[in-house]
Design a binder for this molecule. Structure first.
Ligand code: GLA
Length: 361
């Protein structure tokens, strides 16, 4: 039995840029799932999961898209993507123990797909590198589950390192990664996550719609990637929606660069301002926020956070806030009070630390 520890991630900055050829800066977090894996030779895959709403699933190693749905589709999709890439698996027993809330926008799905791919790679001696494993995870989601995601989450959960964020250049083929030391804790700050508990059903369709709008804007501008657009792009485009989406991609790309500079100078108030500006752009120009995320960000700022923003795809999930440890409780109370006033379920606020990517234990 092989055992792996696979973290979730938060994205510090660079939202909705990974399918636009822009830079993104996620970090793996110290909330993870444990995956136990064992080979079988009978063409069957069994998966047991302890997460709420899951259980046991079984399918053949020859599984095809559409044959498994729900939570188990991520596991089935990984087996299918491995086979598609020329690495059929003879069978497996997989046991998942998760301390990563699902639907919280912390990439429990990438942890699952990439964890399974990494464990089976090791068991079968496939010799895949981390980029190849990330591509398998992405293919499982896009080709089997039906979510046309970028490569950020997969690379973050595989390549993360304690004390570091992972700078990913998604313009490169394949994308390249570079570790960036993050030292706010040494300077008396922490990164808090506010898991809103909200999950809006339109999330998947809206994600695909944003991606399609960005592709349309890039095509109108004659570019491969929208992140390559110049400042004139918003003048050249005539459609107001495409203009707004492009404005987000341009300004967010600039914010990632400014954030990296602020991190290297330990200019934390400046980093905070950049995070909050990112949220405004995602809310107003890219339109992927929701009332629960906006209130979480507002409440965190009211309670003294240096900056806050939604993280991940949006329409629910989590926000992050850069805050002094002694103010975390104030953030928690302020967010809970604002949610209670709206009759929303109680959100969860907790501190995360940059952690190592998927590794055998
Ligand atoms: C989701 C996707 C990522 C990325 C983010 C938005 O997390 O899985 O590929 O596009 O949304 O930045």
């Amino acid at each position: 039995m092989h055992q792996w520890d696979v973290p979730g991630r938060v994205n510090l900055i660079g939202e909705h840029l990974d399918y636009n050829g822009g830079p993104v800066l996620p970090l793996a977090i110290d909330r993870s799932l444990t995956l136990k894996a064992r080979s079988r030779e009978d063409g069957i895959v069994n998966v047991w999961s302890d997460a709420p709403g899951t259980g046991k699933a079984s399918f053949a190693t020859s599984v095809r898209p559409g044959e498994v749905e729900g939570w188990a589709a991520y596991a089935a999709g990984t087996i299918w993507a491995l086979a598609e890439a020329g690495h059929p698996v003879p069978g497996a027993d997989l046991v998942i123990e998760s301390r990563l809330p699902s639907g919280a926008g912390l990439s429990s799905s990438a942890a699952l797909t990439c964890g399974i791919a990494a464990a089976l790679d090791r068991i079968q001696g496939l010799g895949l590198d981390r980029t190849e494993l990330a591509l398998i995870g992405q293919r499982a989601e896009s080709g089997f589950v039906g979510a046309p995601v970028g490569l950020m989450d997969q690379l973050a959960v595989l390549e993360g390192r304690a004390g570091h964020a992972v700078l990913i250049d998604t313009a490169a083929t394949p994308p390249t990664t570079q570790l960036v030391p993050v030292t706010w804790e040494e300077d008396g700050l922490v990164l808090a996550v506010i898991a809103t508990g909200a999950h809006h059903a339109l999330a998947d369709g809206e994600y695909a719609a944003r991606r399609e709008e960005c592709e349309r804007a890039a095509a109108e501008l004659g570019l491969d990637h929208l992140a390559r657009a110049g400042l004139d792009a918003t003048v050249l485009l005539t459609d107001e929606t495409l203009k707004a989406r492009t404005r987000h991609v341009l300004t967010e790309t600039a914010r990632v660069k400014a954030a990296i500079s602020a991190i290297s100078r330990r200019a934390w108030p400046q980093l905070g301002t950049i995070l909050t500006a990112s949220h405004a752009s995602l809310r107003d120009d890219f339109q992927v926020s929701c009332p629960e995320l906006d209130v979480a960000v507002e409440a965190a700022l009211e309670a003294g956070a240096l900056g806050a923003r939604m993280t991940g795809g949006g329409f629910g999930g989590s926000a992050i806030a850069l805050v002094a440890p002694h103010q975390v409780q104030a953030v928690r109370e302020r967010v809970e009070a604002r949610y209670a006033a709206q009759d929303w379920a109680r959100p969860e606020t907790f501190v995360v630390h940059a952690a190592d990517g998927a590794h055998p234990v």
